[in-house]
Design a binder for this molecule. Structure first.
Ligand SMILES: Nc1ncnc2c1ncn2[C@@H]1O[C@H](COP(=O)(O)OP(=O)(O)OP(=O)(O)O)[C@@H](O)[C@H]1O
Length: 248
């Protein structure tokens, strides 16, 4: 897998994550090996408690595995100091969360610019203009999150995640708090960002319809990958997921 890690923008090798809760040991990840190629949209699906968020958090450097390796854009994450890990996350990763996670006191524009500013880089005005246009938020830039709808807030969060041109965008249930129309817009945008801008996107979802928008669907159960569906080749994702009652 070391060679594979070289071909992949993100890779995990034999990841194990054990949570200790009192006397109980919960094996949230049980030996996950997987690579993500550049410019692909991958969904991580599976039932509640199967380890989707844990896998995403380990891949993104938000959590550290009990054992195993994560390589993100050529950097092996294990053993990095908290400070270095924070910098790697800031420079290489864009995040989109179910709950938007915008700073309420900042305007939409300030929220979008924050990760770039914090890393000491210049905001790419052309990309910002492109993203604002595609997302339809150009006239909302001076608004604070409290003055925006949920769908608009998530579109601001998408612009924030994309404008720094991260190696990988990780999205955790990005449509979970949205009505179906706004959810569809978010998924369409993620697809376009992959196919038009070459962005790599990894999205955790329990929704088979959301997973069906991806090129590839990894199915987790009990901390293991039990299926790897090539949706780009026309596999029927909704049927594959719902047929076996795998999603919550
Ligand atoms: N901080 C923690 N401490 C203890 N156990 C945890 C912790 N985080 C997750 N777990 C456990 O690890 C397992 C995997 O959790 P995880 O959140 O990764 O699953 P998931 O597939 O994302 O679930 P959901 O769809 O409900 O969000 C579960 O059994 C969960 O209870």
């Amino acid at each position: 897998m070391s060679a594979a890690a070289g071909e992949h923008i993100a890779a995990a090798v034999d990841l194990v994550k054990i949570y200790q809760q009192g006397q109980a040991r919960i094996r949230a990840l049980d030996g996950v090996t997987v690579g993500f190629v550049r410019g692909q949209f991958t969904a991580i699906a599976g039932p509640s408690g199967s380890g989707k968020s844990t896998l995403m958090h380990c891949l993104a450097g938000l959590d550290s595995p009990t054992s195993g390796q994560v390589v993100l854009d050529g950097t092996e994450l294990s053993g990095l100091s908290d400070r270095t890990l924070t910098r790697v996350r800031r420079d290489k990763v864009g995040f989109v969360f179910q709950s938007f996670n915008l700073l309420p006191q900042l305007t939409a524009l300030e929220n979008i610019a924050l990760p770039v500013t914090l890393s000491g880089r210049r905001l790419d005005q052309d990309l910002l203009g492109h993203l604002a246009g595609v997302l339809g938020i150009g006239d909302r830039m001076a608004h604070r999150p409290g003055e925006l709808s949920g769908g608009q807030q998530q579109r601001v969060a998408l612009a924030r995640a994309l404008v720094a041109r991260p190696a990988v965008v990780f999205a955790d249930e990005p449509t979970g708090n949205l009505d179906s129309r706004s959810g569809t817009d978010v998924l369409d945008f993620l697809r376009r960002s992959v196919h038009d801008l070459g962005q790599t996107v990894v999205m955790v979802t329990h929704d088979p319809r959301a997973a069906a928008c991806a090129d590839r669907v990894l199915v987790l159960a009990d901390g293991r990958i039990v299926d790897d569906i090539d949706a780009a080749a026309g596999a029927d994702v909704t049927r594959a997921l719902t047929g076996v009652g795998r999603t919550r």
